[in-house]
Design a protein around this ligand. Structure first.
Ligand code: PLP
Length: 415
């Protein structure tokens, strides 16, 4: 007998995007050792944890060394102090009420958005927006919900069995409702990679689709804190009836600089139901609770105290200042690129700027041009899905100085 593997893994595309970027950058640097490269492809924050967060973090670490305050295993769902702070600060001001057991604290929106599909049947039909955060696609491929990817033809770059909802210049980055019957719809707004958003009316149409078709929306709101415009929903639960059809994912990563500290949460309302094969209604909240308590042992106590501190008065102020710093970068990028005649999207409610490549250049050619001529690194849109071809993503996570320098260099190029 030999050990067999889960062959669904063989259907995955090699995650060559960031490896290929690194290879090209390395080669360029070797050939041009004196050139100063500015990296604007990074999806990681650069500002450190704020002083209030660090103080709470350190105090909690001290508690861990004190025999009277030491904390062992915590509740898998998170400590009540953090769940309560999340509800009070992230939802109540929006007019949304949640029970404490509807909030599941975790160590990342990546894991949660990746793991959530486990509690749904393997025959569920999955829809994703295109371009997309790759985790939603790959985790469904691993689970066997797709066929192979098409290597050519009009479906090139698409997996058989997945429903793609293109978001491009042509539809103003607003996905159409699925034409076919789908069960699970991943939506991420503000969007990575396009930086665009849906307004309340546009998001309401998806909620109505889900209600009418008994579908469930998996709503990734990791960039919610970057929203600056009034009509953009911060939570899907701002839309009436959404608790019956949606799960929402949030993260402290980009919001408060927790990418290396790890804390996030997922809201699974008790109203949300799906069916077993005999047609009985089952609670999704109960299933997710069962999944988490079996496979996850909670986020560490000091990290949860640090996350709680982001909601204190000074924590909030410092967090908002950091976000404003990144959004100033986004504004600099957007204005500079528009001045040189490029079409630019996003950057108003998110730290991502999505550039339409000039003269119908393909994503990788535009990437090479920016690297060779301006020594600026972006991320080719094609790496996020077939509808990303013809675009390139820049992020606002660098320093203001570097951002300005990068824009100065780009302004000297002619397209
Ligand atoms: N969701 C989206 C859309 C993201 O872009 C990212 C990170 O880049 C994540 C989730 C991951 O968040 P976390 O750091 O909480 O795992």
């Amino acid at each position: 007998m030999v050990v067999k593997i889960n062959e669904n893994y063989l259907l995955l595309q090699n995650s060559y995007l960031f490896a290929e970027i690194a290879k090209r950058v390395e080669k360029f640097q070797e050939e041009n050792p004196n050139k100063d490269i500015i990296k604007m492809g990074i999806g990681d924050v650069t500002k450190p944890l704020s002083p209030t967060v660090i103080k709470a973090f350190k105090d909690a670490v001290d508690e861990m060394g004190d025999p009277n305050h030491f904390m062992g295993y915590g509740p898998e769902q998170g400590y009540a102090f953090l769940q309560e702070a999340i509800i009070k600060h992230d939802f109540n001001p929006l007019g949304i009420d949640l029970d404490i057991d509807e909030v599941f604290v975790s160590d990342g929106a990546k894991c949660d958005t990746g793991n959530i599909q486990e509690i749904f049947s393997n025959d569920c039909v999955v829809a994703i927006t295109d371009p997309v955060y790759p985790v939603y696609v790959d985790t469904n491929v691993m689970a066997g919900r797709t066929g192979p990817i098409n290597e050519s033809g009009e479906d090139e770059g698409r997996y058989d069995g997945l429903v793609y909802l293109p978001c491009t210049e042509e539809n103003d980055f607003v996905p159409e409702l699925p034409k076919e019957d789908v069960d699970l719809i991943y939506l991420c707004f503000p969007n990575n990679p396009t930086g665009t958003t849906l307004n309340k009316d546009q998001l309401s149409k998806f909620v109505k689709y889900a209600q009418d078709n008994q579908a469930i929306i998996l709503f990734d709101a990791a960039y919610e804190k970057f929203i600056t415009e009034d009509d953009v929903p911060h939570s899907i639960y701002e839309i009436e009836g959404a608790k019956e059809v949606a799960i929402e994912f949030r993260s402290f990563s980009k919001t408060a600089g927790f990418t290396g500290t790890r804390c996030a949460y997922t809201v699974v309302p008790k109203e949300l139901k799906a069916y077993d094969s005999e047609g009985n209604k089952q609670s999704i909240n109960k299933l997710w609770n069962r999944r988490q308590t079996t496979k996850f042992n909670g986020v560490s106590y000091p990290v949860q105290r640090a996350a709680e501190a982001t909601f204190s008065e000074s924590g909030k102020k410092e967090t908002e200042e950091n976000i404003a710093y990144y959004m100033k970068n986004a504004e600099v990028i957007k204005n500079s690129l528009e001045k040189i005649g490029l079409k630019v999207y996003g950057g108003i409610n998110s730290p991502y700027i999505w550039i339409k490549t000039p003269n119908n250049m393909d994503s990788w050619d535009f990437f090479d041009l920016l690297l060779n001529e301006a020594n600026v690194v972006g991320t080719p849109g094609a790496g996020f899905g077939p509808s990303g071809e013809g675009y390139l993503r820049l992020t606002a996570f660098n320093t203001l100085e570097n951002t300005k320098e990068a824009m100065k260099r780009l302004s000297k190029l002619s397209f």
